[in-house]
Design a binder for this molecule. Sequence first.
Ligand SMILES: Cc1cc2nc3c(=O)[nH]c(=O)nc-3n(C[C@H](O)[C@H](O)[C@H](O)COP(=O)(O)OP(=O)(O)OC[C@H]3O[C@@H](n4cnc5c(N)ncnc54)[C@H](O)[C@@H]3O)c2cc1C
Length: 247
Amino acid sequence: MRDRRHAEIAGGGFTGLTLAAALAQRGWSVRVHERAAEIRAFGAGIWLWENGVRVLNAIGAADEALTGCTEAPDWRSWDRHGRLIDSIAFGRPYSRVFCLPREQLLQAILNTAKRAGAEIVTVLGDAAHSMSPGLGQGCGTSIVNALTLANMLEEDADIPTVLRRWEARQRPLAEHTQRWSRITWPLIPWPAWCARAYYNLPAGASWIARQRRRPSEHIVYGTEDMALWMPPEGALEVTPHGQRGVT
Ligand SMILES: Cc1cc2nc3c(=O)[nH]c(=O)nc-3n(C[C@H](O)[C@H](O)[C@H](O)COP(=O)(O)OP(=O)(O)OC[C@H]3O[C@@H](n4cnc5c(N)ncnc54)[C@H](O)[C@@H]3O)c2cc1C
């Protein structure tokens, strides 16, 4: 029998806590080091695309995290005069997006980690791939990478080898997501008319939308056969078309 493995995790944010929960659920002893006096999230809402929801579902935090949140019908950007720049259709059920309070998301992951008995130091999340918030994928990408690492460590005891393989597997998509976050309006310094023309080019609009949806459609390593998370009856609000989300 393999000795019980132990992880020391620096940082009790979304990423560190997801990794803590996933490793503890796989039998590791885990200790999380958080530099702040308490574990809490700053800011108001956060967008979580389908890739992040798959992770919450896999670790058992989805119901608590997503209850009462809002499911958006599509993604839209407006200029300062309220004119539409672009929109992305989500292509249900594989790329839904939800808006939820950051604190609710963090507490749900924290509770899951504690239930699993959590208490590598490796660099994950924003420390490894800080992301501009243009696409709303920083947290989603971080927790996908955290759960993937836990699943890969489950298969191979040689940690340096697993870290190399994990990086090779995850880096291309993380870089794609960083790139498309950076060039998603309003972060690009283009005037609104120019962004509107670019995103709605007849020949390119669906290709651009596919690039921006790609992280959300990613199936997390080790969760290929998991069912989609579906909300309990009446647990969500659906934002009417045209209403703006706030983060
Ligand atoms: C304005 C804005 C909007 C955003 N909107 C979205 C969105 O809609 N959807 C989305 O998916 N992402 C969004 N993001 C990105 C998302 O917030 C981050 O990607 C996410 O918080 C990363 O999680 P993390 O756990 O890696 O880092 P953090 O959330 O920063 O957590 C790191 C934790 O580690 C602790 N820490 C740091 N250094 C140490 C140390 N040396 N020792 C011990 N503890 C330490 C910190 O105190 C903190 O608690 C947004 C970001 C911004 C700025």
